[in-house]
Design a protein around this ligand. Structure first.
Ligand code: ADP
Length: 181
């Protein structure tokens, strides 16, 4: 039996995606930073910064919502990933919490199409393979409740890692249980 997956793996810039919501790998101030956070703030414009000021920060593993302002996505979900130390500081639980909090907030606002960057895998140093396993597991858990879930990778190499992770997680025996979109 084959089942269609609602998960897509893309290579590209998340700020360009026309979806109901993009997720930002923010820092706890929510006032902008480097990497994907800097790109989202630059693309959304200064009104995002003003709006985020009113959100009064966000704790690691939690998520907060803003409008998209000048990005094509209608909303931005800001979540704060864990900084990788050595794996014994609740990093995995906190990263899982980021995906779950973002999905739960998305459901509250009737988001049907959502795109995620690889949270914590840049400046925060989370090992990419372990992070991809957590991301894909969360996406599989929530896929029934969304029309499209996009893993927006910033490099072809990261996209290949997501693809092999997804294949490993949905393959039973040697028969793939999905149709890639
Ligand atoms: P963190 O601080 O959570 O590690 P970073 O922004 O440094 O966040 O990196 C998270 C991931 O986002 C990395 O894989 C990085 O390559 C990727 N990234 C950076 N810019 C963009 C972008 N414009 N679109 C999608 N992904 C991006």
């Amino acid at each position: 039996m084959t089942t269609a997956l609602m998960i897509e793996i893309l290579t590209g810039d998340i700020t360009k995606l026309e979806v109901d919501a993009i997720v930002n790998a923010a820092n706890s101030t929510l006032l902008g930073g480097g990497g994907v956070d800097g790109a989202i703030h630059a693309a959304a414009g200064p009104l995002l910064h003003d709006y985020c000021r009113t959100l009064k920060g966000c704790r690691c593993g939690e998520a907060k919502l803003s409008p998209g302002f000048d990005v094509p996505a209608r909303r931005i979900i800001h979540t704060v990933g864990p900084v990788w130390k050595d794996g014994t500081h609740y990093e995995a639980a906190l990263l899982k919490a980021c995906y779950r909090s973002s999905f739960e907030l998305a459901l509250q606002y009737e988001v049907r199409t959502i795109a995620f960057p690889a949270i914590s895998t840049g400046a925060y140093g989370y090992p990419k393979q372990e992070a991809a396993e957590i991301a894909v597991a969360a996406m599989l858990e929530y896929q029934d409740r969304f029309e499209r879930i996009i893993a927006c990778c910033f490099s072809e190499r990261d996209a290949m890692l997501y693809l092999s992770t997804l294949q490993a997680m949905v393959t039973i025996g040697d028969r793939p249980q999905f149709i890639p979109r």
